[in-house]
Design a protein around this ligand. Sequence first.
Ligand code: MG
Length: 334
Amino acid sequence: MPSPQSPVPNPPSPSYHFEFRTITRKFARSLVTSHGIWETREAIILKLSDSTGKVGWGEIAPISWFGSETLEQALDFCHQLPQEITAANIFSIPDNLPACQFGFESALEGLGMRNCPMTNFQYSALLPAGDTALHQWQTLWQEGYRTFKWKIGVNHISQELQIFDLLTQALPYTAKLRLDANGGLNYEQAQLWLGTCDQLRKNSESAVEIEFIEQPLPVADFFGMLALSQCYDTAIALDESVATLQQLAACYDKGWRGIFVIKPAIAGYPSRLRRFCQQHKIDAVFSSVFETAIARLAALRLAAELSYKNRAVGFGINHFFTQAEDDTWPQSLF
Ligand code: MG
């Protein structure tokens, strides 16, 4: 019997049985961005089970060229963990492993939760780069998409401006178009694009709405983007500049009040992201990193809570994979 002065012993924290598998999915067509060509998507699927038989699924879907850890670093982290882990293991993942932080905490949050798909979102569909976009948008429009994203900074700017002209004429005026440069423009090119988008708005009230230009300049040119955001009506969204929560908070501190693209799967702990967004009420667009339904559901749960401006979420990417997950997935992996 403990004496009245002795501290009340903490109940032992629950432990979870931990398993993981790597998966590889091939893109239906290779993905072209200004960072290069992407052929396959690799990720790690996590399974946590508690003593009552409840299961929580998590997914580590890094994109190292975007600022997260590499798949190898994430795998090394998983391999060094014991088979039985506790919340203490999960909340001591270092900040240089943000995709691991997301995967493990979302598995913990998801323990016992049913994976119901969420349907009350507007989705933005990613168009292929170049003039293929001119032939693809109709199919996506018929599938119900009203917001589209098109990659720029991939081909020569004069060629892209010509395609842009055709695309904006072809799209119904109720559509919204986002342009994503992936940091591939220089200052003069960004001025040309922003000026062209402003002009489109001025020339015709029935023109398609250019919602924003995403990451026009490289990450190192933050102050260039801040200056541009004050000179044009067309909005700018930061993406590569705000890959992790640390970067997001740093840009906010340096004065960015435009749009933030958040890729929850590489942004670190969901709880920390939630706290930051709730505190600052930032204008956020939630976006995919070509994750499976596991990370997608966890990311969409955050988007549902934190999309204060109700912008379309960037998860319209199923048409980029040949195979959808079936009903036996992910159980069939283990
Ligand atoms: Mg982007």
